[in-house]
Write a protein that binds this ligand. Structure first.
Ligand code: ZN
Ligand code: ZN
Length: 146
């Protein structure tokens, strides 16, 4: 009985795909939206579940940094849902939970260059200096070394 139901469900799914091919493409472009010339919403998604929220001011400042450095900035971590934040050992009140933070790398520039640009454009925000990446956020002014 269960197998028959499974077969039936599969047949219905196949039929639906055949008669409404657009259904298969619906949703494929989710978050494939430019927030700034060089940043898409997708890049800020939670790496674990794909949900996202983002502070427009964070994106604006990242774009200014990107323009100034003249090389692509990669978002290693943008928004994190609570579950993912716990899984990666993020701080309990991490700015990543609020969509106000990004961990960035810039393969075309030195880490010093990225830190200098961060210092300039996130002057009143948070900056975490790690060996392999830089954390920036639009939260309260804080500085730390990871
Ligand atoms: Zn998640
Ligand atoms: Zn971070």
């Amino acid at each position: 009985m269960q197998n028959k139901l499974k077969d039936l469900a599969q047949k219905l799914a196949d039929l639906a795909a055949e008669y409404t091919p657009h259904i298969q493409t619906l949703g494929k472009g989710i978050n494939d939206v430019n927030l700034a010339p060089n940043f898409k919403l997708r890049e800020f998604e939670c790496k674990h579940c794909g949900t996202v929220k983002i502070d427009p001011e964070l994106v604006r400042r990242l774009q200014v940094m990107r323009d100034e450095i003249g090389k692509p900035i990669i978002i290693n971590s943008g928004y994190r849902c609570p579950e993912h934040n716990r899984a990666v050992g993020g701080a309990a009140g991490s700015q990543h939970l609020y969509g106000t933070a990004a961990d960035i790398v810039c393969p075309g520039a030195s880490i010093q260059q990225v830190r200098q640009a961060a210092e300039k454009h996130f002057k009143n925000g948070g900056i975490g200096r790690y060996n392999t990446y830089t954390h920036v956020d639009t939260g309260p002014k804080r500085r730390w070394t990871g």
